[in-house]
Design a protein around this ligand. Structure first.
Ligand SMILES: O=C[C@H](O)COP(=O)(O)O
Length: 227
């Protein structure tokens, strides 16, 4: 799997730390992602827990992102996760500054630069248009705009706040048009995904609708159905 070469649109599923994402649960979601990628041709990536990066990459050959990397060089640190460790496990990129794991701007810049230098993809999360502007200036591969109040809910950003999507797309185009824009929070249907794409994004970042589903493949099939 070559970094810097993911097709658009991208459906990136963050497995977070949900019970359903642990052990066999991660394999269940990865199998579903593989199946729906094969049926639809849409790129579906996963951001699993660290122990599942290698098995998911190895068994299912789908793009794997880390959920976070620590802005540290390999060395005398304990309990940290340097990006070379996730690269060596098979991750092609990492989320940075997720709403559930905020970093300061200096550490975001450090991670974006280190990921680029390692030939990996950065997907930096943002909570509003002003933050999106600042983050796009750092030149990540993706900025993912996610209103925190909609994360984990049943109403998607596409339905509740299309203005934050168009505002983010517009500001990124002005500041750094090479940066791709994802959006997320509450994305649960093909209609939400289609709206996000029609508003100018390059894909979606989502979690609960797939991870907590009884049948993740059915949800993924619906998510890509209008692309
Ligand atoms: O990383 C994913 C986002 O936080 C969205 O999560 P959600 O789809 O559960 O709202």
């Amino acid at each position: 799997m070559k970094p810097n070469s993911l097709n658009t649109p991208l459906v990136l599923v963050n497995l977070k730390c949900y019970t359903e994402s642990i052990g066999n649960g991660a394999h269940r979601i990865a199998r579903a992602a593989r199946e729906v990628t094969d049926e639809s041709g849409v790129t579906i990536g996963l951001a699993p827990l660290y122990p599942d990066i290698h098995p998911i990459n190895h068994h299912y050959d789908i793009p794997v992102f880390a959920q976070h990397v620590d802005p540290v060089e390999p060395g005398a640190h304990t309990g940290r996760m340097p990006l070379l460790a996730v690269k060596s496990a098979g991750a092609i990129g990492s989320l940075v500054n997720h709403s559930e794991y905020r970093l300061n701007i200096a550490d975001i810049e450090k991670n974006v630069t280190a990921l680029r230098d390692a030939g990996m993809l950065s997907c930096v999360c943002s909570n509003n248009i002003a933050t999106t502007a600042a983050l796009s200036a750092l030149g990540p591969d993706y900025v993912a705009i996610e209103p925190p109040e909609l994360i984990g809910g049943k109403i998607s950003v596409s339905e509740a706040n299309p203005g934050i999507i168009t505002g983010s797309v517009d500001i990124v185009k002005k500041i750094n048009p090479a940066v791709k824009v994802l959006t997320g929070a509450g994305i649960h249907s093909g209609k939400c995904v289609k709206t996000a794409i029609d508003l100018g994004t390059d894909g979606v970042l989502l979690a609960s609708s797939v991870v907590k589903a009884e049948d993740p493949a059915a949800v993924l099939r619906d998510l890509v159905s209008l692309l």
